[in-house]
Design a binder for this molecule. Structure first.
Ligand SMILES: Cc1cc2nc3c(=O)[nH]c(=O)nc-3n(C[C@H](O)[C@H](O)[C@H](O)COP(=O)(O)OP(=O)(O)OC[C@H]3O[C@@H](n4cnc5c(N)ncnc54)[C@H](O)[C@@H]3O)c2cc1C
Length: 450
């Protein structure tokens, strides 16, 4: 069993740990090789800490700009969120709906955000095609389902804004059509349909991006946690258990797994939050018919503590959600039972279904609920892309590309200005679990009332 890791208190996520025991690890096949542990001494233009989508994409795109980089990953590529997520590559940027973005930031910034979301999806498609990545990618689309009748108005409004303001073919699907053509269940009161979303095998996607980065010339060292970081003159020195790596620029690509003491630029700025997933045994034909689970769309609901789920190619249901605060075997076992009960309460007919796999990981929230692609305020050679708010499959791959562009000094792609700002610190960060617990109670109350 992988030992629990708490980014708020632990110094590194471990060394050379195997991937979490998940449905993805069981079905990915052999992972491709990396470059082994970091050497005793190495020099590079850019050192990247973290071997997930952000770090590997950054390394790949840097190489395309002719810039040498070394990725230092504590365990193995995709050990963090990138190898264990739900595999929903969907349009997401922070917590606001597009209608809320217009209300809060005005039309121009909302339009930048929308452009960025679409660009991130386009980038995933391009990378999968360019790398010839076999990650079971399916152009699935995304249904955001109203879990109570009272939530339909908000989803209708969002569909209307997307159509009117962005000329985007979103639509609202009424309950009858949703239940007959997509998925039945007791909590299916209509849905916002976003046609752009891919369902992928996240660990196979990681493997593909790892191959692309290495083939382009980047070096990727697994089993190489950065345990200390100092600066001598213009040079950064990153210490690993095997020696040190010197670099002109360092990229922090550790997201929800960022240890507090890694660098002052990110200290007290991130809230790591657990997300749990269960994967059921394959449903029988009778169970699929009972739930009318015919859709291959990726699904989320209108809760604040939202659930995300999908029917997998082998007819299992992957079902995920937040709620647990600490990574503890007892809490994890409770969360597994809780998620199974929630799935069954959505879909009568699944009473006999059992769970074959369950796992969890740390997603990353920021104070303004937005990702930030920026640099330390006093040192432009310390870069980061962090805080995807639990929806970073498409965005993190894109953020890696944007980071590479900015390091290379290339003209920036259209970008929401709010993202290009330093991360804000949480006050009383060491007590952050207290307000988080209260927020969860409040969200649950809101989710269960009209
Ligand atoms: C259960 C779960 C389900 C999710 N489902 C979805 C989904 O369906 N769709 C979606 O869009 N997003 C989803 N996400 C979020 C998404 O997976 C992440 O936003 C994305 O993978 C972040 O990638 P990353 O490369 O930035 O970070 P990660 O993939 O988390 O990689 C960070 C890496 O940094 C390494 N690291 C940390 N400290 C050090 C150190 N000191 N030295 C060296 N290495 C270090 C870690 O070992 C880790 O491998 C989910 C996340 C979880 C946990």
């Amino acid at each position: 069993m992988v030992p629990p890791y708490d980014p708020l208190t632990d110094a590194t996520p471990g060394t050379a740990l195997t991937h979490v025991s998940s449905y993805w690890a069981a079905t990915a096949g052999e992972m491709p090789a990396d470059d082994g542990p970091a050497p005793a001494q190495a020099d590079t233009e850019v050192a990247i800490i973290g071997g997930g989508y952000t770090g590997l994409s950054c390394a790949y795109h840097l190489a395309r700009h002719g810039i040498r980089s070394i990725v230092l990953e504590a365990n193995r590529a995709g050990w963090g969120c990138s190898g264990r997520n739900g595999g929903f590559a969907r349009m997401a940027l922070g917590r606001l709906t597009t209608a809320q973005m217009i209300a809060e930031w005005g039309h121009s910034a909302a339009s930048d955000a929308f452009t960025m979301m679409r660009a991130s999806l386009a980038n995933v498609r391009t990378m999968i095609a360019d790398g010839n990545i076999a990650c079971d990618a399916l152009e699935a689309g995304h249904l955001k389902i109203a879990h109570r009748a009272s939530r339909t108005d908000e989803l209708k409004r969002e569909a209307a804004v997307l159509q009117r303001d962005f000329d985007y073919p979103a639509e609202f699907i009424e309950a009858d059509e949703l239940r007959s053509r997509h998925v039945g269940g007791l909590q299916s009161f209509g849905a916002l349909r976003i046609p752009d979303a891919l369902a992928v095998h996240p660990l196979k996607l990681t493997a593909g991006v790892l191959n692309m980065a290495r083939a382009a010339g980047a070096r990727v060292h697994g089993a190489s946690p950065v345990t200390a970081w100092s600066k001598r003159g213009a040079e950064h020195i990153l210490t690993t258990p095997f020696g040190s790596v010197r670099a002109k620029t360092v990229v922090i690509a550790t997201n929800g797994y960022t240890p507090q003491l890694l660098h002052p630029a990110v200290r007290a700025t991130l809230l790591p939050v657990l997300s749990h997933i269960i994967v059921t045994r394959p449903l029988t034909a009778g169970e699929i018919a009972a739930a009318n689970f015919v859709t291959r769309h990726v699904l989320t609901d209108s809760r604040r503590l939202l659930y995300y789920w999908r029917r997998l190619p082998d007819d299992r249901i992957l079902f995920g959600g937040r709620g647990a605060l600490t990574d503890h075997p007892k809490t994890n076992a409770r969360q597994r039972e809780f998620l199974l009960a929630e799935l069954k309460s959505k879909y009568p007919g699944l009473e006999q279904v059992t769970v074959d796999y369950d796992w969890h990981g740390w997603v990353c929230l920021t104070r303004d609920f937005l990702p930030h692609i920026y640099h330390a305020h006093d040192d432009r050679t310390v870069r980061y892309a962090l805080g995807y708010q639990g929806s970073g499959v498409a965005l993190s791959l894109y953020a890696g590309r944007l980071l590479a562009q900015s390091i290379a000094g290339s003209p920036a792609e259209p970008l929401l200005p709010q993202i290009y700002l330093p991360l804000a610190r949480y006050p009383l960060h060491n007590l952050i679990r207290i307000p988080q617990r209260l927020a969860y109670l409040w969200y649950k109350h809101l989710d269960n009332s009209d």
